[in-house]
Design a protein around this ligand. Structure first.
Ligand code: NDP
Length: 478
């Protein structure tokens, strides 16, 4: 293998594979960020077997040992934050400011779960029978497969790897083929932090590695598209192993008649367009009361036209490029479709040229759309949002709920009554009031309804439900 190819971490050793992923900078497609080895089928099996041995010892390791490892990982991520953020920005196209925030959050997550180790308590229950005590014990599930997407190359791996290790499991980690550099750096940090050999393997690849992992693990956590998530869940069910899938969204941002205009515009800018709309929690449907369509549209267009679209690492860039040529083509095809469906393009929607060749797209806003149009029903995953005019709160809520997805939903309102009603009745896992649909915290559950999620929630203490198995012991003390 050429020494220029970054290897996989398999069974505690850094090893070459077959072929390589060529990692291209979306802000400058002339720049190759690096080449990364693809794991072979034999390496996936070898990693699983090593994980099983190392996991047996890790499952019974003193909590302090597990906690210390996670804390050392957190410290190292924090220490190397600038370097990791730059790498993330180069390979994914996220504006450096957002990349820095993502890396910082990853360190916080490892630190949070270093404490969670000590909260892995069981329960003691009364029995129906006198003299009998019942204990509910939470035990690690074994070897978990973690398959992560390209849109958050550091923080999504962090919020799966940290609880997996904290609750005593071994890990096979498969990052998206589009962002292997951040994954490699994270794996290197975990290895150098003193992770026991074989407990954690990095298996990069494109085409087969994900499904091979699902075939050898005891549980799988996946984030990505509904189509792949469905295949993952079906295969997991066939093997009778637990699956946790965090999938897409078509998230509504409701602007009520009594909304504060500045808050409304800010929520739309942050939720719909930042990070090029490449967030499962992005607000792609702007459901606006007819009384506010004119002033909201005018203010939003004015703010959008001030956004700086450019190379992700340039200071002052608000929004970097979209991830790759395929995603750009998808975004442009939906922009064309919206116009065909009768939507009115209010601003943006065109490919942009910058000093370097990249996948730059001007954020697009459409007016006069209906919730039945395909642009309002299918996940685009780009900087495209549509205004859907509605009359009154009841219609707004009905339109918000009229979707196959149910990840995040927000309302901008000054009515306490509507805010409370919305939180109780909107059919989404995340409900926001006067906040963007995007932006979640790590100590509370993340999960969607309908086709946005499958299985137990991620994050916070709730992650323990997925990463452990409950066993029950009955004792009669004669
Ligand atoms: P995919 O949903 O296609 O997932 C790709 C990953 O899944 C790869 O790592 C792949 O590895 C693995 N994989 C593919 N098939 C299987 C399988 N049957 N079993 C197990 N693993 C499998 O993501 P894409 O990057 O292609 O994104 C496509 C769309 O997904 C986006 O346009 C967007 O709509 C959505 N998305 C949603 C995200 C979210 O946060 N909710 C994040 C990113 C994307 P391998 O090929 O080696 O098997």
């Amino acid at each position: 293998m050429s020494t220029a190819i970054f290897p996989n971490l398999v069974a505690g050793e850094w090893v070459s594979g077959h072929g390589a992923l060529i990692n291209i900078n979306p802000s400058d497609t002339d720049e190759v960020v690096g080449e990364y080895a693809c794991a072979t089928s034999a390496q996936v099996r070898e990693a699983a077997s090593a994980a099983r041995s190392a996991g047996a010892a890790w499952a019974v390791a003193a909590p302090g040992v597990r906690s210390d490892l996670l804390r050392r990982i957190a410290d190292e991520i924090e220490r190397r934050c600038g370097e990791l953020a730059l790498l993330l920005s180069r390979e994914e196209g996220k504006a450096l400011r957002d990349a820095t925030a993502e890396v910082t959050r990853a360190a916080e997550i490892f630190r949070y779960y270093s404490g969670e180790v000590f909260r892995m308590a069981g329960e003691r229950s009364p029995s129906l029978r006198s003299g009998v005590t019942i204990e509910v014990l939470y035990e690690p599930i074994g070897v978990v497969g973690l398959i992560t997407p390209w849109n958050f190359p550091v923080v999504i791996p962090a919020w799966k790897i940290a609880p997996a290790l904290a609750y005593g499991n071994a890990v096979l980690f498969k990052p998206s083929e589009l962002v292997p550099a951040s994954a490699w750096a994270l794996a290197d940090i975990i290895d150098r932090a003193g992770c026991p050999k074989g407990l954690f393997s990095l298996l990069m690849g494109d085409g087969t590695v994900g499904r091979e992992i699902v075939d050898v693990v005891d549980a799988v956590s996946f984030t990505g598209s509904v189509a792949t998530g469905t295949a993952v869940a079906q295969r997991a069910a066939a093997r009778m192993i637990p699956a946790q899938c965090e999938l897409g969204g078509k998230n509504p941002l409701v602007i009520a008649a009594d909304a504060d205009l500045d808050v409304a515009v800010d929520c739309a800018i942050q939720g719909s367009f930042m990070q090029a709309g490449q967030r499962c929690t992005a607000s792609s449907r702007l459901i606006v009361d007819v009384e506010r369509v004119a002033d909201f549209t005018q203010a939003l267009v004015a703010r959008m036209e001030k956004l700086v679209i450019g190379a992700a690492i340039s200071p002052g860039t608000d929004i970097g490029p979209v991830i790759d040529e395929r995603q750009l083509a998808k975004d442009l095809s939906y922009i064309e479709l919206a116009e065909t469906e009768g939507a009115r393009l209010l601003t943006g929607g065109g490919r942009l040229n910058r000093a370097t060749p990249g996948h730059f797209l001007s954020p697009a806003l459409f007016g006069d759309t209906s919730n039945q149009m395909r642009v309002n029903r299918e996940e685009i995953f780009g900087p495209v949002a549509c205004i859907i005019p509605v009359r009154g709160y009841d219609e707004a809520l009905a339109v918000a709920n009229d979707t196959d997805f149910g990840l995040s939903a927000s309302i901008v309102t000054s009515s306490l009554k509507h805010a409370q009603h919305f939180k109780a009745n909107v059919r989404s896992g995340l409900a926001m009031v006067n906040l963007p649909t995007a932006g979640v915290e790590f100590h509370v559950p993340l999960s969607g309804l309908k086709s946005s999620s499958y299985g137990p929630p991620e994050m916070g203490h709730h992650a323990m439900r997925f990463y452990t198995k409950a066993r029950t012991a009955y004792t009669f003390a004669a």
